[in-house]
Write a protein that binds this ligand. Structure first.
Ligand code: K1U
Ligand code: ZN
Length: 169
């Protein structure tokens, strides 16, 4: 396993649309292992492959609290089959937009289909933090960041702040 560099705005790869995966094999599992290690190290609760510069439709996530055992989840070629009309606000953050947090409204519940670490097809419902995080990560697969849901002014201010942060590092 290896730690990978997390790309930050305004890196052009973050605007790229990621491509579907053809098969879940050992090479893909090695990528997912690296992603999980990188996410835990950050630390974060989710990571899309494009955030480490790999344009594949792959996400890792772990929503376990600090006092709970780890619960890694892997999503290959995830699709949203249904979204609720009801929305819910949540103050989101993103490892690719460090130190910026703002409220985004998203569907409160979604039904998902994806392939897991073993390549098995799973269909399940998500709500709460699971729904927030999977929609945030699936946006990454289409080159969309949470700041794209904010006003142009807020988005431009966020990018300016991150650039300053990176220069100071
Ligand atoms: O960069 C990412 O996509 C990961 C992002 C996921 C996310 C967070 C909040 C709402 C929606 C999606 C993060 O993990 S940001 C860091 C974070 O939320 C966190 C870090 C340590 C402990 C708990 C949370
Ligand atoms: Zn993100």
């Amino acid at each position: 396993m290896a730690l990978r560099e997390i790309l930050v705005v305004p890196h052009p790869a973050l605007k790229q649309v990621s491509q579907p995966v053809e098969r879940v094999d050992d090479e893909l599992r090695a990528l997912m292992d690296d992603m999980l290690e990188t996410m835990y190290d950050a630390p974060g609760i989710g990571l899309a492959a494009i955030q480490i510069g790999v344009p594949k439709r792959v996400i890792v996530m772990d929503l376990a609290r600090q006092d709970e055992p780890k619960q890694p989840q892997y999503f290959v070629n995830p699709e949203i089959l249904w979204s609720s009309d009801e929305t819910a606000p949540y103050e989101e953050g993103c490892l690719s937009v460090p130190e910026i947090f703002d409220e985004v409204d998203r569907p409160a519940r979604v039904k998902l289909r994806y392939l897991n670490y073993q390549g098995e097809q799973i269909e399940e419902d998500a709500d709460g933090m699971y729904a927030v995080c999977i929609q945030h990560e699936m946006d990454h697969l289409d080159g969309v960041l949470f700041i794209d849901h904010l006003s142009r002014l807020k988005r431009e201010q966020a990018i300016k702040k991150v650039k300053k942060l990176v220069r100071a590092a």
